[in-house]
Design a protein around this ligand. Structure first.
Ligand code: FAD
Length: 299
């Protein structure tokens, strides 16, 4: 792990820290600028905690305009920036450098509008994945891409990583479930791409931005698709004496034209680890498990 080399931080930027902090303080409210080392520590890594760097500062803007002001300032001053959602990335995407300013969207956590007629919701980038489903669940809808971290991860982070989960076999990953974005480019320019319905006219810039890992700008708002929740779907668990048989079962199900709402595979090691933790009663003599959820199945 330690073999991975980070780029050397720019000593000239670090030497200018007091002036940079003063510049940032002019752009956001006092409680939106974190500068004390103790308070910077939570931002020194994402979920890949093997790599840690305390950033120059953390800014937590509340509006798109504040994000734009901070990005414009950092671009003019030549200060690197690291966008951050909830910090659950497992690949170090939100890991900062000592000469970088982390821009977190966690204060931007409002659901702006739910439009059932068009089956969309407009949300701020810091809203958690599960909160979107939480907002529409009582009306029989849900937001489909469901990373296992959905309780904590933000929709902005999901967009940057094109995240997916168990429901993505049937409903697609993040890129299939976003119709519009408001974002700020690294020079501070605010842009809107896509629209409020599928396949907006013009170039497919959503395809470029979704999955770009925060390298092209900071997402501040998203218009997401919300779907009718499946009726009567419940998971069924199958144990297999050989992993190959589980694989063949997956191929046979898909080959028969059945697309389950969700389908997950666990190998023997995963079964043992999960059983040890959750005591779910998994069949411990199975070499592989399939957990399959089929829409409309009667249990
Ligand atoms: C227990 C656990 C389970 C997980 N399960 C899954 C899973 O099932 N499927 C899956 O795909 N992933 C999974 N992940 C990984 C992670 O949760 C996802 O990648 C998630 O989308 C990250 O969201 P975040 O808000 O935490 O983003 P962060 O970790 O904060 O950032 C991730 C990347 O996105 C960028 N970014 C964040 N916010 C923005 C923004 N507003 N604009 C532009 N760029 C931004 C950051 O710079 C960084 O590069 C899991 C992680 C954990 C810890």
């Amino acid at each position: 792990m330690s073999a991975i080399a980070f780029p050397a931080p720019d000593a000239a930027i670090i030497a200018r820290r007091p002036a940079i902090l003063a510049g940032l303080a002019r752009l956001v409210a006092p409680d939106a600028l974190i500068t004390h080392e103790d308070e910077l520590r939570p931002y020194e890594s994402d979920a890949l905690t093997a790599f840690r760097k305390v950033p120059l500062a953390v800014v937590l803007p509340s509006t798109t305009e504040e994000v734009a002001a901070v990005l414009s300032y950092c671009s003019t001053e030549g200060v690197p920036v690291i966008p951050r959602g909830s910090g659950t990335s497992l690949v170090g995407g939100a890991t900062p450098q000592e000469d970088a300013v982390v821009i977190g969207v966690s204060k931007m956590n409002r659901i702006i509008e739910i439009d059932y007629a068009n089956r969309t919701a407009r949300v701020q980038a810091g809203v958690t994945n599960l909160a979107i489903t939480g907002a529409v669940m009582a009306d029989g809808f849900f937001y489909a891409p469901d990373p296992s971290s959905q309780l904590a991860c933000s929709i902005g982070g999901n967009i940057a990583m094109n995240s997916g989960g168990a429901h993505c076999l049937k409903y697609g990953v993040t890129t299939n479930n976003i119709v519009g974005l408001k974002m700020v480019l690294l020079n501070g320019e605010i842009i809107e791409i896509g629209g409020d319905h599928l396949d907006a006219p013009g170039y497919d810039l959503l395809g470029l931005m979704i999955g770009s890992e925060g390298q092209l700008g900071i997402v501040t708002e998203a218009t997401v698709r919300i779907l009718r929740a499946a009726e009567g779907a419940r998971p069924v668990l199958f144990g297999f004496p050989k992993p190959e048989l589980a694989g063949a079962a997956v191929a046979a199900i898909i080959g028969a034209g059945i697309i389950p709402v969700a389908m997950e595979y666990m190998d023997k090691m995963a079964i043992a680890i999960c059983e040890d933790f959750a005591h779910a009663g998994y069949p411990m003599d199975a070499e592989a498990l399939l957990i399959i959820e089929v829409e409309g199945s009667e249990q």
